[in-house]
Ligand binder design. Structure first.
Ligand code: AMP
Ligand code: MG
Length: 408
């Protein structure tokens, strides 16, 4: 009996364990997963900050009525102290601390030189105009980045601003990759007759690298031979994850599940109501590692690396959010699902007249991985839905997209 895609994920996620923690400096922080809550060490902004170049005045509401005397200047990084009458102002630059008793900043564009040597203001301002108030963005002590956040360059900026130059991050799990199939040769070998080149392993290795996994062991190719498969599986079980492709279906030579069982791997699931990829195997090794066997079909491997394996890998890496996040977009044309399960269809995003639609990529079925190379991601047709009309809002997962375009 096939279980749903959601049930499949829900049955493996609970046994995924995180790794230890180590510290990295800012230069290595992007792409890592933060292992502590980071809070603000001071208010942001930390002082009332001029948001414009101009003049600081003591607000009266009568700024345009008479000339002002300029009694000083304050630049970013310096301070100014003194008393000021209502007719006094100081020059102030963006980023400088607005000193008391001033309580409004008039931008330089609203000023002109007064023949008497001072300045005149040509437009009225409100009290506290052009002042970013202390703590208006963030109060001291409040949470800025939660534990389990996958750090982006933007987070590196936040960490820098609060003095966190060395932070704890989770270690990534180790991953082994093995391709099974007697028809397989490596890309650097000459392929003839019934032989094909192994693309799955090299896709998986590239995808793991892209996700920041560095402890990756490539176990090569094994033919559909029990003894050889078992021996390679044993090697792979030293890692936290073992990812296999091929040999998990119902053909005579699909012996991977049996071989895994012979190595003590406990089966969690073997059939998922999802296309591509119905025969997905997931199990737990005697040492607590996770074993995923995907069918050899390269599109299934590509889709389920993102939709099934990536959530597990990210959870093992300590991320608080690990499920793929869909965007709801309309379909460019009708789409069908004859699979009897959930279907993930490869698609491109097309924008015409200001509307972005999901356009299915014409392909010759789920083995057509070259077509997948033109995709931005996949959209979902739910289990039980046979056809969706053009314009229907679907869940689109931007799993491949670089979102670059020739047009503006
Ligand atoms: P299998 O799941 O072993 O029945 O394989 C399904 C299809 O995927 C077959 O056409 C295989 O030749 C192909 N295939 C299996 N492994 C790979 C691989 N590593 N790279 C590319 N294609 C593969
Ligand atoms: Mg095979």
């Amino acid at each position: 009996m096939a279980i749903t895609y959601e049930e499949a994920l829900a049955s493996v996620l609970p046994i995924v364990r995180t790794q230890e923690v180590h510290r990295v400096t800012l230069a290595d922080a992007a792409g890592e997963i933060l292992a502590m809550d980071v809070t603000a060490d001071r208010n942001i902004p930390p002082f009332p900050r001029a948001a414009m170049d101009g003049y600081a005045v003591v607000w009266t509401g009568r700024e345009t009525e008479s000339a002002y005397r300029v009694i000083g200047t304050v630049n970013p990084g310096s301070t100014w102290h003194g008393d000021a009458a209502d007719s006094d102002c100081i020059g102030i630059m963006t980023g400088a601390m607005v000193p008391p008793p001033f309580d409004a900043v008039i931008q330089v564009e609203l000023s002109e030189a007064d023949p008497g040597g001072g300045v005149r203001f040509t437009g009225p301002v409100k009290r506290r105009a052009n002042i970013a108030e202390e703590g208006e963005d963030v109060r001291k002590g409040s949470l800025l980045i939660g534990a389990g956040t996958l750090l982006s360059p933007h987070h590196v900026a936040t960490l820098s601003s609060v003095g966190q130059w060395e932070v704890p991050v989770y270690k990534r799990p180790s991953v082994a990759v093995l391709a099974t199939g007697s028809e397989l040769l490596e890309p650097w070998e000459s392929a003839q007759g019934p032989m094909i080149r192994n693309s799955n392993s090299h896709f998986l290795l590239a995808a793991l690298k892209g996700l920041g996994f560095t402890e990756v062991r490539y176990l090569g190719i094994v033919p559909d031979d029990r003894e050889q498969i078992v021996s390679k599986i044993r090697e792979g079980l030293d890692c936290d994850f073992l990812l296999l492709s091929g040999g998990v279906s119902v053909g005579d030579v699909d012996i991977v599940p049996d071989c895994l069982s012979a190595c003590g791997v406990r089966k969690i699931l073997h059939k998922v109501a999802v296309k591509p990829g119905k025969p997905i195997f997931a199990g737990e090794s005697p040492g607590g590692g996770i074993v995923i066997g995907l069918p050899g079909n390269p599109v299934a491997v590509m889709v389920h690396f993102h939709m099934f394996i990536r959530p597990l890998l990210l959870k093992a890496s300590g991320t608080a959010e690990y499920l793929p996040k869909p965007i709801h977009l309309p379909l460019a044309s009708s789409a069908t699902n004859k699979s009897g399960g959930k279907k993930f269809t490869i698609a491109r995003l097309e924008t015409h007249g200001g509307v972005t639609r999901v356009a299915e990529i014409p392909s010759h079925g789920s083995g057509d991985f070259v077509s997948a190379g033109r995709a931005d991601g996949v959209f979902e047709i739910p289990l039980g839905t046979v056809e969706l009309p053009a314009g229907h809002l679907v869940r689109f997962y931007p799993i491949w997209g670089n979102f670059l375009s020739k047009e503006g």
